[in-house]
Ligand binder design. Structure first.
Ligand code: GDP
Length: 248
């Protein structure tokens, strides 16, 4: 135990020397046309795959986003990356069951896992999704953590608990976004946060959590800070990233 976290630490020290993964033209265009408001704004779609057989090279670092369908995963990805259309790619017909990879920069990626429970699919297919996700979490060396998104009003359903147990077993950090926090009053949201925190002590004692709202964007900065931490993005990187466009 601990080896995966140690490996992640070593990985961070080498990130700057890793090879650059090419982005598509859309990213370049968006870089030129828009000042970058956050350093995830240049994220771009790399590829979507039905299973891990054709996954991109398992190098660099990536953070996976998991959640039940309708938990607010696409909205959160859009808010975090400051891109209205990014997660629409994951929602496009044919892509909803795929694992979608987005390049943040160089060899750093965000990975959108299929929303569990999407549409009415057979038990056999649901089982296959579960196996794909479990296999990905267990075997992916570049995976340095999982963002698990749960609607604050319906937290820790069976699927969520399963993901947390898998992460715990795989020695993989988990960070929970309690989404749609705007749906509850402040006191109720804090109470929900406390309640989930308590339950996490059993499911994944090392995990962290926060409130999040795509509507108000509350929690977006904290979510990006957690991603920075896991992906090893430093202040220095950010200055390098912002360049002349963002500095103006
Ligand atoms: P996904 O299936 O997990 O990708 O969920 P979506 O991001 O598509 O969101 C599902 C529904 O919840 C949509 O109608 C969103 O507009 C809504 N939604 C998502 N995030 C929020 C939020 O933070 N606050 C509110 N009030 N609604 C949200």
């Amino acid at each position: 135990m601990g080896s995966r976290r140690e490996a992640t630490g070593q990985l961070r020290t080498h990130l700057n020397s890793l090879e650059t993964t090419p982005c598509n033209d859309r990213c370049v265009v968006s870089n030129v046309l828009q000042p970058m408001k956050n350093h995830y704004q240049q994220s771009c779609f790399l590829l979507g795959i039905p299973d891990m057989r054709n996954a991109p090279a398992d190098s660099g670092a990536e953070v996976a986003f998991a959640g039940r369908s309708n938990a607010g995963k696409s909205s959160a990805l859009n808010v975090i990356t400051g891109q209205r259309s990014l997660a629409r790619i994951s929602k496009a017909p044919g892509r909803t069951r795929e694992i979608n990879f987005f390049v943040v920069r160089d060899n750093l990626r965000l990975v959108d896992l299929p929303g569990y429970g999407y549409a009415k699919v057979s038990k056999a297919i649901q089982k296959q999704w579960q196996q794909n996700i479990a296999r990905y979490l267990e075997t992916r060396q570049s995976l340095c953590g999982v963002f698990l998104l749960m609607d604050i009003r319906h937290p820790l359903k069976d699927f969520d608990q399963m993901v947390l147990r898998w992460c715990n077993a795989a020695d993989l950090p988990a960070h929970i976004l309690l989404t749609k926090a705007d749906k509850l009053k402040r006191g109720a949201a804090s109470a929900a946060l406390l309640q989930v925190r308590r339950q996490l002590q059993e499911l994944h004692p090392g995990s962290s959590l926060q409130l999040f709202s795509s509507l108000t964007r509350d929690g977006a900065d904290a979510a990006r800070a957690k991603l920075d931490d896991w992906l090893g993005i430093t202040e220095e990187d950010l200055h390098g990233l912002t360049g002349p466009v963002g500095d103006t």
